[in-house]
Ligand binder design. Structure first.
Ligand code: NCD
Length: 322
């Protein structure tokens, strides 16, 4: 489907105090964000002139973990709404001298920064920062979670839902299979919550036993082999082995993993004929996904990346009351 042009404007605009988790959304708000993201899609991709809804506002990227897609797309999203962007580099900042996250926030806030996009390795650091800032300030400066530990990555879930909805609007009829390192994945946790909220028909997760998670929502079907999880699926979402979050020797090496769990053309044939293949990136080719699948006709991986800018525009507008 071709998303609507830049002039389209959905009837409902959403106001959000923060976005730390999918729990900050209800179904109507989630849908309103997706509608707005569709409406600004051409602007998000640089195919229509930038908007000015955030002119005079400043957005800070506060990243304490590596990022390519999320960080760049938040920067582009803010700029394409007319905002200024500050990129905070944790490894060259006073965070390395022991300054707390709250003091770092207060320092940037004192320079007139309005919204804080935060990525952190700790599961609860972003939500805790949001709680602390609510206690100590007026007016409010919204916190947006750009990935916290294994816990939550709400804007990734929104961009994934948008990518699915653009291609398969009847969400209730869909079977979505999330496959790979579920245990360490904030992407899986946020996607399961959001896709349930949006009423997706069937949700499956598949992983080797050591990479399964115990904290998944009720109603999600669990598989310990890839083949039955793929059978008839409409959406196949592959996850990276997140070795940086693993203890010693939790999983086999890359080639063994690929043999048992890699998404190959042969395995993909088990899914619905028109299934789409997703991956949040970064991809490890020939570990969780074969190159010809990642680059093949069913892959929507680069569409996900573009949708990341659009969704983050919608979220920045919502938290900054534009
Ligand atoms: C994901 C993340 O950082 O959680 N990537 C992303 O944001 N696009 C997934 C991953 O790192 O594997």
């Amino acid at each position: 489907m071709t998303p609507p042009g830049p002039t389209a404007s959905p009837a409902i605009r959403v106001a959000l105090p923060q976005l730390c988790d999918i729990d900050d959304l209800d179904r109507d708000r989630a849908i309103a964000l997706l509608d707005r993201a569709d409406a600004v899609h051409a602007v998000a991709l640089g195919r229509a002139p930038a908007l000015s809804s955030l002119a005079g506002r400043t957005v800070v990227n506060l990243f304490f973990e590596n990022s390519t897609r999320t960080r760049t797309s938040f920067s582009l999203a803010a700029r394409r709404l007319g905002a200024e962007v500050v990129d905070f580099h944790a490894h060259t900042s006073s965070a390395g001298k022991g300054e707390s996250l709250l003091d770092t926030w207060a320092t940037l806030r004192a320079m007139g920064c309005d919204a804080f996009v935060v990525r952190h390795a700790d599961d609860h650091a972003v939500a805790e920062l949001a709680r602390q800032t609510r206690l100590c300030e007026r007016p409010h400066s919204p916190i947006i979670n750009a990935g916290s530990g294994r816990h939550a990555h709400p804007t990734q879930a929104l961009l994934d839902a948008l990518t699915i909805r653009q291609r398969k609007p009847d969400l209730a009829s869909l079977t979505v299979a999330i496959i790979g390192d579920i245990r360490h994945s904030r992407v899986a946790r946020s996607n399961l919550k959001l896709l349930q909220l949006l009423g997706v028909g069937e949700l499956r997760v598949a992983a080797p036993p050591a990479l399964h998670a115990e904290d998944l929502p009720a109603g999600v079907h669990r598989f310990e082999r890839i083949e039955p999880a793929l059978a008839g699926a409409d959406v196949v979402m592959m996850l990276r082995l997140q070795r940086e979050r693993m203890g010693a020797a939790q999983v086999a090496d890359g080639s063994e993993y690929f043999r048992d769990w890699g998404l190959t053309t042969e395995r993909l044939a088990l899914a619905a004929a028109d299934a789409i293949v997703m991956h949040p990136g970064p991809i490890n080719r020939e570990v969780e996904i074969a190159s010809d699948v990642a680059d093949g006709p069913q892959s929507v991986i680069l569409a996900q990346v573009g949708n990341g800018v659009a969704v983050r525009m919608a979220v920045l507008e919502a938290v900054l009351g534009a």
